[in-house]
Every structure is written in C-alpha cells, then in structure tokens.
Ligand binder design. Structure first.
Ligand code: FE
Length: 163
C-alpha cells in the first residue's frame, strides 16, 4: 500500500513533462537566444573541437541540462573520461530525456542524440561505453550547461525549520 505514494510521484512528474513537452522556436529566435557556438552546435548539428569544451574536465556533482531549453539530461555520476575529447556519459538521466536518430553519411551510420524537448543536437551515442550500459553518449560541451548540486540542508537550516 505504501508504495502507491511513490507511484503517484512518478506519474505526476511524467505528466508535467508531457505538458511541458516540445519547445518550438523559429531559426531566428534560436539565433538570437543562443551564442554563435551554441547555435552552430545545437541547431546546425555542429561539433566542437575535441578537448576544447568547457565541461570536458568537470568532475563536480550536479546535473547537465540542455543549453537550449534547460531540460535535465545527464547526471554527474554517469560522466566518465572516455579519452575522446568530448564529455562522455554512459546513460541519460532518463531514456525519455533524449531522442535518438540514425544519421547516414556516405560510409557510416551513426546515432545522433538530440534533446527530446527542443530537438537540439547534443552529439552521438556509440556502443563502446563502460558498464552498466555499454553506451557512450558523446556530447558537446556547447550543448550543455552544468548545474552544480546545492546543499539543500544548509539552505534549509537558515530558516530554522529543518529537522
Ligand atoms: Fe533542449
């Protein structure tokens, strides 16, 4: 019986995501909102130079969100050093946060990874990642913003009501 409560919480979160889903903006709107580099990567499927991104070496605890729309995409505990030169994760925060699309070029098929909410290009996913998934989400720093985990207990203590 007690487990019903947890189920309700999950469901309302899902509903909220459904309602907030799909951000649609014109190309001009994106161009004005984003920096030229973010626009080039997110909206034009560009790739930043390897070992150039600001989040490559970031080891802080927190959440990586979409630089286009703020959608929470990856948790810091799934980030690892792949040696590729791009921030790498073995899993998204939830499968429905990202969208995957086959991308065919002359000789290869790669799988593109996009933000599920705004359709922004994040990078690609490869099948040479570590356990537990065996996947490597190879993501441009330019597509992400990092939100460091805040110490909620510290904040709550200020109003003297925490237990
Ligand atoms: Fe997004």
């Amino acid at each position: 019986m007690g487990s019903e409560v947890a189920g309700c919480g999950d469901w309302s979160g899902y509903e909220m995501r459904e309602m907030a889903k799909k951000i649609e903006k014109t190309d001009d709107e994106w161009k004005h909102e984003l920096t030229p580099e973010k626009y080039r990567v997110l909206r034009k499927k560009g790739t930043e130079l390897p070992f150039s991104g600001k989040l490559l070496g970031n080891k802080k605890e927190g959440v990586y969100v979409c630089a286009g729309c703020g959608n929470e995409l990856f948790a810091s505990d799934t980030k690892y050093d792949s040696g590729s030169g791009w921030p790498s994760f073995y899993a998204p925060l939830a499968d429905d946060r990202v969208e995957k699309k086959d991308e065919r070029s002359m000789f290869t098929v790669r799988t593109e990874v996009l933000c599920e909410k705004c359709g922004g290009h994040l990078g690609h996913v490869f099948e040479d990642g570590p356990d537990p998934t065996g996947l490597r989400y190879c993501v441009n720093s330019a597509s992400l913003e990092f939100e460091e985990k805040v110490d909620r207990h510290g904040a709550e203590k200020k109003d003297g009501k925490s237990n």
